[in-house]
Design a protein around this ligand. Structure first.
Ligand SMILES: Cc1cc2nc3c(=O)[nH]c(=O)nc-3n(C[C@H](O)[C@H](O)[C@H](O)COP(=O)(O)OP(=O)(O)OC[C@H]3O[C@@H](n4cnc5c(N)ncnc54)[C@H](O)[C@@H]3O)c2cc1C
Length: 393
């Protein structure tokens, strides 16, 4: 049995993609396989952040697909942005995450809620790769219940003093801009939340690595704000009106995370097909056993179902639907669980080699599982979907 892989692109749920969207997919895939894939394992082993690779994305237009051309970005449409995230994540969680955080959480928030001066200060360097971005939302006391955040913003003469800690912050050591959520009054819960956009080199901000079992190459960090003083122009939007900004940021963030999960789910399929065709047991390829075929069929169906939800969400956003929170939760939930399940099945089909460091599938599992937690856990998304359906929100 041989598997050439040439069916993979043809069979994707892409019947209504434009020629441009297909060309972007092919270009990102070609770049990712040539430039990123050969380095991922080494970066992971050495705990080395792939800064050099991320720098190569900018001239190709893959670094800022949500930032308009007027700020130096390469925005075409939201579906195209999803395709870029999907194809980058198919080979590397961290590179895709750098694009997703900079565009969805940070760039889109500045674009939509920032002043002209904030947009001019932050968007061009984000688009051309001079700076990367981090979103500082999660706290040691909890990430799901964001309205209960403790990081405090206190008004001082001409600005604000920030004090508190954030955890699990991706890209923090490399970032040139932080989006920070803080509360001006914890007793006001979500009505106290205020967003700030600031330079991470301001006095009083320190970060240190948060040791992780996976994604050593991401340098996930704790970030501490010790009486950090910023001027009024660091406030994004209005004081006490940060929660809707967070909601909009997470809506776009969940789209790009879901697209990344589709890429990871697809990678598990792509690695498994040739293995199942070549590996032999009892005188035949293991791909000829029905129980292996069942797993492969489920992996493909999960991937395609998730992709259809993600592209539909992208098209809703392109059509101008203002809030697609329920659809964002649906896409993110299904795609993240598809990525984890596919990685599990891929390991099973690889047998003992699923755990050998020379094979990629073992690494995929924990990396996929992180996305069932980040940008809203599966439990939170199930709760949100049910609440929207029951008209409790
Ligand atoms: C690799 C990685 C990268 C990350 N990068 C970032 C980043 O860049 N920036 C950032 O701010 N954060 C980041 N995070 C943090 C992530 O967003 C949080 O871990 C996530 O939001 C969950 O918060 P928590 O870990 O505090 O879990 P908790 O909120 O303590 O939740 C623990 C458990 O309780 C469940 N739970 C909580 N509330 C409910 C409820 N109402 N109903 C049912 N179950 C509930 C949760 O689903 C979960 O299973 C990252 C995390 C990881 C793993």
């Amino acid at each position: 049995m041989t598997v050439t892989g040439k069916n993979v692109l043809r069979r994707m749920a892409d019947f209504d993609l434009t020629d441009t969207q297909r060309q972007v997919r092919a270009a990102v895939r070609e770049f990712a396989e040539r430039e990123i894939l050969p380095t991922v394992e080494q970066h992971e082993r050495e705990g080395r952040y792939p800064r050099g690779i991320i720098a190569k994305l900018a001239p190709l237009g893959f670094l800022a697909p949500m930032i308009p051309e007027s700020y130096g970005g390469s925005f075409i449409d939201v579906v195209t942005y999803g395709i870029v995230c999907e194809e980058l994540a198919r080979v590397d969680w961290v590179v895709a995450s750098a694009v997703s955080v900079a565009n969805s959480l940070v760039g889109s928030s500045i674009l939509r809620f920032g002043t002209a001066a904030q947009r001019q200060r932050w968007l061009p360097p984000l688009a051309n790769g001079d700076i990367l971005a981090s979103a500082c939302l999660t706290e040691p006391g909890g990430g799901t219940d964001l309205a209960a955040m403790k990081t405090r913003a206190t008004q001082v003469d001409g600005g604000w003093r920030l004090s508190g800690s954030k955890v699990f912050i991706s890209h923090a050591a490399e970032a040139g801009v932080f989006l920070v959520a803080a509360t001006v009054d914890p007793s006001r819960a979500h009505r106290g939340v205020t967003m700030f956009v600031l330079d991470p080199s301001v006095a009083g901000i320190t970060s240190r690595p948060l040791p992780m079992r996976t994604l050593q190459r991401d340098n996930v960090a704790e970030v501490h704000f010790d009486d950090v003083v910023v001027s009024d122009d660091a406030v994004l939007g209005e004081v006490g009106r940060g929660f809707p900004i967070l909601g909009a940021a997470l809506d776009t963030g969940r789209f790009s995370v879901a697209a990344r999960c589709v890429g990871q789910a697809q990678r598990a399929v792509d690695l498994t097909l040739p293995y199942a065709a070549e590996r032999r047991a009892f005188g035949q390829a293991i791909g000829e056993f029905q129980m292996v075929q069942q797993k492969i069929a489920d992996m493909i169906c999960r991937t395609e179902a998730a992709r259809a939800l993600v592209y539909r969400l992208g098209r809703m956003k392109d059509a101008g639907v203002e809030r697609c929170s329920m659809e964002a939760s649906m896409a993110k939930l299904m795609a993240s669980e598809a990525a984890t399940q596919n990685a599990l099945e891929a390991i099973q089909i690889h047998g003992g080699y699923g755990f050998a460091s020379e094979y990629e599938v073992g690494r995929l599992l924990l990396e996929a599982k992180t996305l069932e937690v980040g940008e809203g856990t599966s439990e939170l998304h199930r709760k949100l979907i049910a609440e929207y359906a029951l008209e409790l929100r």
